[in-house]
Design a protein around this ligand. Structure first.
Ligand SMILES: *Cc1c(COP(=O)(O)O)cnc(C)c1O
Length: 347
């Protein structure tokens, strides 16, 4: 048996008739920008997040940039984020006009380490951007304390964490097709309970409304209709992710692998750690199990971002050499999960 890392056709098949009805309704109405479908999804997603407002935009990267600007962050400001994140996090910060500053992550959670963040704070720091990487909920308490002490906003990169984030200030989501909630293309959203931040994000997604200069990044009506269909399945899908993750962790508990921490998570990715990561990856591949690496280098080890290098990013650098993502998504079958486990245990 071969186990693909992700087969999105299964999700599409599961929902084909519901999706077709949503697409037909959009065609019937032929209103392709704004409209009730967008408003309905925004209401539904805000409620799902336990927040007051949701502003749909064109992508997760746009959501990060607009969330920052809506929070009052821009040129000349610094935003501290995790050195082990993917490029879109720092691309979003840059697109807001601000400068990303990297901090290190905790060895076990692989999310922002508060003491490293404290070291990175400068007089120009305006915001912290914790990344709920792999769907692991960042422990925000210490970061909220730092933010209060230093007058900073907290803008969360929640692109991988649908369903586990309690938005403290403002959060940005991606609905890239492979995310826990994915569109049939690109989409994203800003979520906040602060009415001013939401209002400003609404202006910023459409040219800035004349009071400030901005581009255009709307959530398409057709994507909003699709997302509303899929949103109703996310609680069940996330429960299946939890079940698979618990099964992996039970089965792999006796191995030398570093396993994901316990606790509330969206399980976007099931990431293990190994000092012999590349050999493990080859062995799994020979047994038909497809894996990926998220991510194979720290942000500052990409040439375009090399100037973000700072001392003290060791855990992020070490993680890049050791992390391996095993197949985990709601439609993965029990048999496929067994094949993955047997392949890992075969070494
Ligand atoms: C997917 C992702 C993004 C960017 O989202 P897009 O919709 O692809 O622009 C940002 N941050 C993280 C952590 C992501 O996983």
């Amino acid at each position: 048996m071969t186990v693909p890392f992700l087969d999105l056709r299964r999700e599409t098949e599961e929902l084909r008739s519901e999706l077709r009805a949503a697409l037909e309704a959009t065609l019937d109405e032929s209103r392709f920008v704004h409209g009730e479908a967008v408003a309905a999804f925004e209401r539904g997603f805000a409620e799902f997040c336990g927040a007051r407002h949701c502003v749909g935009v064109g992508s997760g990267t746009d959501a990060l940039a607009i969330a920052l600007r809506a929070a009052g962050v821009g040129p000349g400001d610094e935003v501290i984020t995790a050195a082990n994140t993917c490029i879109p996090t720092v691309a979003g910060i840059s697109a807001s006009g601000a400068t990303p500053v990297l901090a290190d992550v905790d060895r076990h959670s692989l999310t922002l380490d508060a003491s490293s963040v404290a070291d990175a704070i400068s007089p120009r720091t305006r915001a912290l951007m914790p990344v709920h990487l792999y769907g692991r909920r960042v422990e925000l308490g210490p970061l909220v304390t730092l933010a209060h002490e230093n007058g900073l906003r907290i803008v969360e990169d929640a692109a991988q964490a649908h369903g586990v984030v309690d938005v403290v200030d403002v959060a940005a989501f991606s609905f890239y097709p492979t995310k826990n909630l994915g569109a049939l293309g690109d989409a994203g959203a800003i979520v906040t309970s602060d009415a001013d931040t939401a209002e400003r994000a609404r202006l910023l997604r459409e040219y800035g409304g004349g009071t400030e200069r901005a581009g255009q990044s709307r959530l398409d009506t057709v994507q909003a209709a699709v997302l509303s269909v899929k949103l109703s399945h996310v609680p069940r899908w996330n429960a299946r992710r939890r079940e698979l993750a618990a099964h992996y962790s039970d089965a792999l508990g006796g191995t030398p692998l570093g396993l994901p921490p316990e606790g509330p998570q969206a399980h976007h990715l099931y990431v293990v750690r190994s000092g012999e990561r590349d050999a493990l990856r080859r062995r799994l591949s020979e047994r038909g199990v497809e894996t990926l690496v998220h991510y194979d280098r720290a942000v500052h080890h990409h040439s375009a971002w090399a100037e973000l290098a700072r001392p003290g990013l060791d855990e992020s650098e070490r993680a890049a050499a050791e992390v391996l993502s095993l197949p985990l998504y709601p439609q993965l079958t029990d048999d496929e999960a067994e094949t993955v486990i047997e392949a890992v245990l075969s070494g």
